[in-house]
Ligand binder design. Sequence first.
Ligand code: SF4
Ligand code: SF4
Length: 189
Amino acid sequence: MSFSLDKSDPNFTKQVAARSGQNIASCYQCGNCAAGCPAGFAYDIQVNQIMRGLQLGLKDYVLQARSLWFCLSCSTCSLRCPNNIDVAQIMETLRHMARDEHKVSVSAVDKFFKSFLTTVRFLGRSYEIGTMVLFMLRSGHLTTDVDLAPQALLKQKLSILPHKTPPNVKATARIFERFLKGKHKQVNN
Ligand code: SF4
Ligand code: SF4
């Protein structure tokens, strides 16, 4: 993936630092984060290169990286960083910013995230078949993995009905409301 330093935006670096709470300038490119990343084989830009792109303010280079959507949020990069940078938190922040800027580069993954979160928001916990159906409708991939469903049902890995609703389902809904209100404020400020 190529980039041009002409497109450098120092404000972008400041925004990511503020939203993630991380000191981006302290990265000295040791590469420890990328060396331990289990998803690196699928990335178009390795995670240390994302950090470098951030320091240089390369907004498009960073926000359009496919790597953001293949990240597993495992936090290995954060644990390995000698400068205590929470790199996984930065990756999460970048996913939010890519959504806000309509720069999501792997839309199927984002649609899956949203489908999963919809079930958690309304049922208080994940519901696999609900997630699959919502994903199929959102993505238009109406036959994705349908052939696996009978085996998964037989082995009781999928339940037709949602799992028993936990008693704190309203509390979970309130977490989503708080998040959405916070986001609304950010957009209007
Ligand atoms: S959180 Fe993401 S970037 Fe960090 S090591 Fe895990 S998969 Fe790689
Ligand atoms: S491990 Fe930390 S200091 Fe090293 S390249 Fe990654 S983010 Fe930068």
